[in-house]
Design a protein around this ligand. Sequence first.
Ligand code: FE
Length: 132
Amino acid sequence: MPEKIEKSEEEWKQILSRDKFLVLRKKGTEPAFTGKYHNHKEKGTYLCGACGQELFSSDDKFDSGTGWPSFSKPISEDRVVRQEDNSYFMKRTEVLCSRCGSHLGHVFDDGPKPTGERFCMNSISLDFKKED
Ligand code: FE
């Protein structure tokens, strides 16, 4: 398990842009098709937008048509934490960064084989590192 990063919400507020803070720390959702990665096809690694932990590989990215960047799996299961989310009268599974606890998005069970999972992420919760 990666070493945890713990900061107060006040500290995060200083570090993150307002829009990033609202999604990563306040569990907001960016409007579909507005983020920078839903249609992004470069080879590389997607990082946590708050702490920089490597989360997803472009190899596992697929076009879900939802308007949010979607992945069939994280780089390894220990990079994320799954948590039950019953907000907005829905039963969903929230996905958090395992290192800093920031909100990334949700995971659904309608993804492609073999995992059958769709990690539906907010672009703004991610940063991208291009493969050299
Ligand atoms: Fe993080």
